[in-house]
Design a binder for this molecule. Structure first.
Ligand SMILES: [Fe+2]
Length: 251
């Protein structure tokens, strides 16, 4: 009997979610829900299924952020905004209660830096701009890009800083980037260990050190969204939500 008692009251209890859902975050600012233009949703049905699950998780507002990368995803504001209209129409037809907007996840390459101040860039909230850097090589131009973005009135947000392995042994870079004016966005699934144990560890340390400003799903497919349940059990997520550091709710 004790065995069953322990099984159902002890272990099960420790595995319980610390947070009920993501309604406290409420607004997501990093995802790939425009169909067929990057490595996220492939069809409009995928978009609808993913957005419906986000709503079930408690999200009320979503800024979706397709990749713009000169080598792979040659997206433009026009392509993204026309895709947004298509998804908005489908949301309406399906009666899904969510506000949907679009920005982009800019890859920090030469093409991106050469557009700053010259072409329209897609932003979210109060002129925030989401950008990512290489997973393989430390970006040499990151300081210049952060400076150029700010000089042109943008507020740079670095996507998933916990996912760049070359910075794992250079932890001070995160406060340096913040001192230069970059804000940092953590991926929810980094807290589940999905990307790597090291990514989880760095993500948790960034939370503990009060360096995270935004949290995002970075959801590309149903695998990502199904896994997000597990993050609700992570005590660092609770810490982050209670820290008052998150800017999601002001978007
Ligand atoms: Fe992303």
């Amino acid at each position: 009997m004790n065995f069953f008692k322990n099984l159902f009251s002890g272990k099960e209890k420790r595995e319980e979610s610390l947070i009920k859902d993501f309604s406290e975050i409420g607004i997501d600012m990093h995802s790939h829900f425009i169909p067929g233009i990057d490595d996220g949703a492939a069809t409009i049905q995928d978009s609808i299924d993913l957005i419906r699950k986000m709503v079930d998780f408690g999200y009320k507002k979503i800024y979706t952020t397709p990749h713009i990368m000169s080598d792979y995803y040659k997206n433009t504001p026009e392509i993204i905004l026309s895709g947004l209209e298509q998804v908005r129409e489908a949301i309406k037809q399906n009666g899904i209660p969510v506000e949907l907007y679009a920005a982009a996840e800019y890859y920090c390459d030469f093409e991106f830096s050469s557009k700053i101040g010259k072409e329209k860039l897609l932003t979210f909230g109060d002129n925030y701009i989401l950008f990512e850097v290489s997973y393989l090589n430390a970006p040499e131009n990151i300081s210049d890009v952060i400076f150029m973005l700010q000089s042109n009135g943008y507020r740079p947000v670095l996507a998933h800083p916990e996912r760049y392995p070359y910075w794992f042994s250079n932890y001070k870079i995160y406060s340096e980037l913040k001192n230069k004016g970059a804000l940092l966005q953590l991926n929810i699934n980094s807290l589940t260990g999905y990307y790597s144990p090291a990514t989880k560890k760095i993500g948790e340390k960034l939370i503990a050190d009060n360096l995270i400003d935004f949290i995002g799903s970075d959801c590309h497919h149903s695998g990502h969204i199904n896994l997000m349940h597990q993050a609700l059990k992570n005590p660092y997520l609770k810490t982050l939500l209670e820290s008052g550091n998150l800017k999601n709710k002001f978007l």
